[in-house]
Design a binder for this molecule. Structure first.
Ligand code: GCU
Length: 644
């Protein structure tokens, strides 16, 4: 194809494109295509495009029509679904889902005959040829709908990586950016009685101004990675609520209920039948009702007692709404260097986890994936898990509620974002808001993390301090943290000193620090001569440490100096780390890196990594490595860490 075709682009972009002799669009070209995709979709939309999609909470407790299953797909590297050969926006793009007539006008696509992909599920592990694919893929499926009076209908997405553009019955209804948080698109006015269809494009192109940005140490699994459903709600519906235990009175449940579309004066009833507790509250002019519900003999949620109560929320009036949830009630706060759960000092015996599916690999989402991962964490003796580096499927936090595991939940403000770019800050804020909105009533979540291993620059500190403040505003009942990098200096004793003085620590409630003594720095024994100089009188969580080992790769028996990549060397690291951690007075938790090996495009050492980060204590095929038992012993004996 001659370069002239690309006249729409600047000279450099055209030149960039041309470099690719395989004409495989370079990353920058895909970014360009993606940007064009946005403008095109905007140009093509009839209905107002919803970017700030609403977000209904507690979806998994609402009656809904699942749209999971096989969807027709079209892999569209060149965004042909939107552009003609002169880069003009097409009116007859793939979103029209035009029926193919072999004798009619030539048509380059036909969803009806197109192959399918399973939803939910990343596309990378469903077809070998899509393992490395980054770009747009179109999804299409039909669905039936029967209109009901006084009802609004939403398309709900548990998550889709990375940017999603949605059409229903050829009308553009919404778009969303962010691969790990839920969003809803209202389609009430567009639906027909009977057969309808949805066509959407999901584009996992990595963006420099994305959240996360271009570099991540996890696989960029693309697609409709979580549940998709149709949800009918009454015209006045409960779209958000916060019910938590008062920090000052452990028998008082307080919070609010927001009823979208409800006029002030509408009555909301909140009840906990098991406790015989019920209260009524009145909606104000912001459609929000403040709730205060005294209870008797409420059993506090904790890892030892993961007690959940059925809670019923109903609204009165012509279009009443009702939703039920299972909520645990507990308080979390700090006091000096202690973390207090229900007022008692606690030590967090944890492990970090990526949402990589055990055995089948790919983005984890199913109850089976969740039960396996959290089951292993329980087997390890954990009372805490760090869900890295993005919000995991809601099944994960629901199950943590039930199993009694406290959770560190994080948004992917990961490594070097464009911290001086206000548009990027807006994306982080959106993902933070969506994360908190979905999981604000999960007792298991005690820590919101706003970042991981970000560079210590002024722009970064300003950006993340803003994020910490927003987190406190959105949820004053939980603690805010981040995983910080630490400085290293030689100390007079000939060892090293780790200095925790990242300025972001000032804003945090709990300090998270990552270190890799024995792997990226020093040898495992280096931990024996490492001291910690922590410049904050706050609780510290060692949020990451560890080393790679290929399961089954063993050092010779009795080898006093096992080689790197062996299970024995990984166990060495754990030995020395546990001893070092016990010398840090304000250590209040730890989550070594990590539970299970996971796929990463940065890990390409053949025979050892093969596109997997091997720092798991368990291989992706469920093989427990030596270090698993080292940590399990320390956790079961409670010989690692002190709550006070
Ligand atoms: C970092 C990072 C992880 C990464 C790990 C590693 O600390 O936070 O995302 O996977 O190091 O290098 O294995």
């Amino acid at each position: 194809m001659s370069p002239e075709r690309f006249l729409h682009f600047s000279r450099t972009e055209a030149a960039l494109i041309h470099h690719g002799d395989s004409f495989m669009p370079q990353a920058s070209t895909r970014i360009l295509l993606a940007a064009l995709l946005i403008s095109a979709t905007a140009a093509h939309s009839q209905a107002p495009v919803q970017t700030n999609t609403t977000l209904l909470v507690n979806i998994d407790h609402r009656p809904a029509t699942s749209l999971n299953g096989d969807w027709h797909v079209i892999v569209d590297q060149y965004a042909t679904g939107l552009y003609d050969f002169h880069q003009n926006l097409r009116k007859d793009g793939f979103f029209m889902n035009a029926p193919f007539d072999p004798s009619g006008h030539p048509q380059d696509y036909n969803f009806a005959n197109a192959s399918t992909l399973r939803v939910p599920g990343d596309w990378n592990t469903q077809r070998p040829e899509l393992l490395y694919y980054e770009g747009p893929i179109w999804y299409q499926r039909d669905f039936e709908h029967t209109a009901k009076s006084n009802t609004r209908t939403f398309l709900h997405f548990g998550a889709a990586n990375y940017r999603t553009f949605v059409w229903v019955n050829t009308k553009k209804v919404c778009e969303h950016e962010g691969g790990f948080t839920p969003f809803d698109c209202e389609i009430t006015g567009i639906l027909k009685n009977g057969k309808n269809f949805v066509v959407l494009s999901v584009d996992n192109t990595r963006l420099a101004d994305g959240v996360p940005t271009l570099q991540t140490d996890w696989w960029n699994y693309g697609g409709l990675t979580r549940d998709v459903s149709l949800v009918d709600v009454s015209t006045q519906f409960i779209d958000d609520y916060d019910l938590h235990l008062s920090r000052t009175d452990h028998s008082l449940i307080e919070g609010y209920v927001h009823v979208e579309g409800a006029p002030s004066g509408t009555t909301v009833t909140v009840s906990v039948p098991e406790l015989n507790a019920k209260t009524q509250a009145i909606v104000d002019t912001n459609s929000r009702a403040a709730v205060s519900l005294p209870t008797k003999s409420l059993s506090l949620w904790s890892p030892e007692n993961p007690k959940l109560y059925k809670v019923e929320i109903t609204t009165a009036g012509p279009t009443a709404d009702k939703t039920e949830d299972e909520i645990g009630f507990r308080t979390i706060e700090t006091r000096g260097t202690q973390i207090l759960l229900n007022g008692q000092p606690v030590f967090l015996r944890g492990i970090s986890i990526h949402a990589e599916a055990p055995y089948r690999t790919g983005r984890a989402y199913s109850q089976k994936d969740v039960e396996t991962l959290l089951g292993w964490a329980k087997e390890l003796g954990c009372n805490y898990v760090r869900l890295a580096h993005y919000p995991h499927d809601e099944r994960m936090t629901r199950t943590a509620d039930r199993l009694g595991l406290v959770v560190w939940s994080e948004i992917p403000d990961y490594w070097a974002l464009q911290f001086d770019n206000p548009a990027v800050l807006a994306k982080s804020k959106q993902q933070l808001t969506e994360m908190i909105r979905r999981d604000r009533n999960k007792a298991s979540i005690i820590l919101w993390s706003v970042a991981n291993e970000t560079p210590n620059t002024e722009a970064r500190t300003k950006y993340l301090t803003t994020m910490v403040d927003l987190t406190h505003q959105l949820d004053p009942t939980r603690l805010v943290t981040a995983a910080l990098l630490v400085r290293t200096e030689k100390n007079p004793a000939g060892g090293t000193t780790k200095i925790v003085d990242d300025p972001l620590g000032q804003a945090l409630d709990v300090i998270g620090t990552n270190e890799y003594i024995g792997w990226y720095e020093q040898h495992a024994e280096g931990a024996d001569t490492t001291t910690w100089d922590i410049r904050y009188q706050k609780p510290l969580i060692m949020s990451e440490w560890g080393g790679d080992a290929k399961a089954g790769n063993h050092a010779p028996a009795g080898d006093a100096h096992p080689a790197l990549w062996t299970e024995e060397y990984q166990a060495e690291i754990y030995h020395h780390q546990i001893a070092m951690l016990n010398k840090i007075p304000q250590l209040r938790g730890t989550s070594p890196w990590l539970l299970m090996d996971f796929r990463s495009a940065r890990r390409v050492n053949p025979g050892l990594q093969d596109n997997f980060n091997r720092k798991g204590l368990i291989s992706d095929q469920g093989v427990k490595k030596r270090a698993f038992f080292i940590l399990q012993k320390a956790y079961k004996e409670k010989s690692l860490g002190k709550p006070e």
